[in-house]
Write a protein that binds this ligand. Structure first.
Ligand code: OGA
Ligand code: MN
Length: 208
C-alpha cells in the first residue's frame, strides 16, 4: 500500500502544478483485483451508460462519452475497494493538511470503456456541481500496452488548448488534478479500459 511519503509527494505536486501522476499508488495485484470486480459488475448487469451533467440534469450523450459506470458504495465495498478508499482517505487528510483545500468527502465510480470508447474533452466541474474539487483516477488494467492507446490527455493550460500530457492508463497508477482547472479527454483504446474515477468534494460551494 502507498505510504505517507508518497502522499506527501502527491500533495507537493498538486501545490506546485495542480496535478500529480503517481505510478504504483496501489500494488498492481490490488489493481488487478479491482479490475476483476469491475468485469464482474459488468457481467452481472450492474454497469450503466454514463451521463453528462448539464443545466437541467444528466443525459446520455453518445457523441461526448461512451463508457459505462458503477458507483462505489462504502457499505457494500469489497476488501479491495476498502483498501483503495482507505488510501484515498489518508491522501485527503494529507492534501488538506498541506493545501487547505477543505476536501470533505469522496464520490467515485468504476468505469469500463469498451474498445473504441472515449470521453471527449471536458472539465469535471460542471454547472450545478461546484463541490467537485480534486479529481482522482485510478487505473486498473495490470499490463497496459502502448499499442492499446486509451491515454488520458491532460491539457496543461487553463483554456484547454496548447500543450498536453498524455498518460497511459497503467494499472496501479493514480492521476489527481484540480477538477475545475484541467480540461482532459480519454482517447479511444483498442482493448477494454478499466478505472475508478472519483472526486473529493468540499462541503459547500467550491472554494477555487
Ligand atoms: C472522467 C474522466 C479520465 C480517465 O471520468 O471524468 O475524465 O482517464 N476519466 O478515465
Ligand atoms: Mn473527467
Amino acid at each position: 500500500m502507498t505510504d505517507a511519503p508518497d502522499h506527501a509527494r502527491i500533495a507537493d505536486r498538486l501545490a506546485s502544478q495542480g496535478y500529480a501522476v503517481a505510478p504504483d499508488f496501489l500494488p498492481v495485484a490490488m489493481a488487478a483485483r479491482l479490475a476483476d470486480e469491475a468485469r464482474a459488475l459488468r457481467a452481472d448487469g450492474h454497469m450503466r451508460r454514463a451521463g453528462v451533467g448539464q443545466a437541467g440534469g444528466v443525459g446520455i450523450h453518445d457523441e461526448l462519452r461512451s463508457d459505462s459506470i458503477h458507483w462505489l458504495e462504502q457499505e457494500h465495498a469489497s476488501p479491495a475497494q476498502h483498501a483503495y478508499l482507505d488510501a484515498l482517505e489518508s491522501l485527503r487528510l494529507e492534501v488538506n493538511r498541506s493545501l487547505y483545500l477543505g476536501l470533505f468527502d469522496f464520490e467515485g465510480h468504476f468505469a469500463v470503456y469498451p474498445p473504441g470508447a472515449f470521453y471527449r474533452k471536458h472539465l469535471d466541474r460542471f454547472r450545478g456541481d461546484s463541490r467537485r474539487t480534486l479529481t482522482t483516477v485510478l487505473y486498473l488494467n495490470p499490463d497496459w500496452q502502448e499499442a492499446h492507446g486509451g491515454k488520458l490527455r491532460l491539457y496543461l493550460d487553463p483554456d484547454g488548448a496548447g500543450p498536453a500530457l498524455d498518460i497511459p492508463p497503467q494499472g496501479g497508477t493514480l492521476v489527481t488534478f484540480l477538477s475545475g482547472r484541467f480540461w482532459h479527454e480519454v482517447q479511444p483504446a483498442g482493448t477494454e479500459r478499466l478505472s475508478i474515477t472519483g472526486w473529493f468534494r468540499t462541503r459547500g460551494e467550491g472554494v477555487l
